[in-house]
Design a protein around this ligand. Structure first.
Ligand code: SF4
Length: 200
């Protein structure tokens, strides 16, 4: 009798498909296709813009300075790696760290949609203007949109600043931290992570 295909085999097949993708011109200059880090299935998805130089070199999202800030904030909010899945709007580095074009984002969207079927997140943290615009279709500025929950298809969506922006303007760090704390609270309310012990 044929063995049932496990999530892990399906996930591996998906990863291979991403690694072989040439659906847009970003494939020509990449070193690695940058797919995810964290849990494959996770209650929280953290979506950024696209890989930078460090990510392209290592094939892992958010491993440079922005990633270190993100990890610091995730840890301070009590998250464990199995609680989240980190990925980007595009999986290959735009040359010179430019913003991915609308066409590149559209070319990568089928892979992102497929990825979401594995992750099955209840909560989305959209980091930065590009992730917010390309994921929601909204033209509103991130400074106005951040910190405000919306619900779509029963998923809770929180836009916030990108860590790279916060590194350029540290006065914005408090907003990123507040939004991540709000995400933690939401996941606790949904009973998807253990409540943190907070001082009374
Ligand atoms: S950015 Fe996405 S669509 Fe473009 S080549 Fe890479 S994986 Fe494929």
């Amino acid at each position: 009798m044929e063995q049932p295909v496990t999530l892990s085999e399906n996930w591996q097949a998906f990863v291979e498909k991403c690694k072989n993708c040439h659906a847009c011109a970003l494939a020509d200059s990449r070193q690695h296709v940058v797919i995810w880090r964290g849990g494959v299935r996770a209650p929280l998805i953290i979506l950024g813009e696209g890989p930078g130089a460090d990510e392209d070199r290592q094939g892992i999202p958010f491993v440079g300075r922005s990633g270190r800030l993100l990890d610091l904030l995730l840890t301070s909010c009590g998250f464990k790696p199995e609680d989240y899945h980190i990925c980007n709007i595009v999986k290959c580095r735009p040359p010179g760290n430019r913003v991915p074009t609308r066409e590149e984002a559209a070319a990568c969207r089928p892979l992102l949609k497929e990825q979401l079927l594995f992750v099955r997140p209840a909560v989305y943290l959209l980091m930065g203007a590009t992730a917010f615009r390309y994921f929601t279709g909204s033209e509103e500025g991130i400074s106005r949109a951040r910190g405000i929950w919306t619900v779509s298809n029963k998923c809770h969506i929180m836009p916030t600043f990108h860590p790279a922006y916060v590194l350029r303007d540290p006065s914005k760090k408090i907003y990123l931290w507040k939004d991540m704390a709000s995400v933690r609270q939401k996941l606790e309310e949904l009973d998807l992570v253990q409540p943190l012990q907070r001082p009374s």
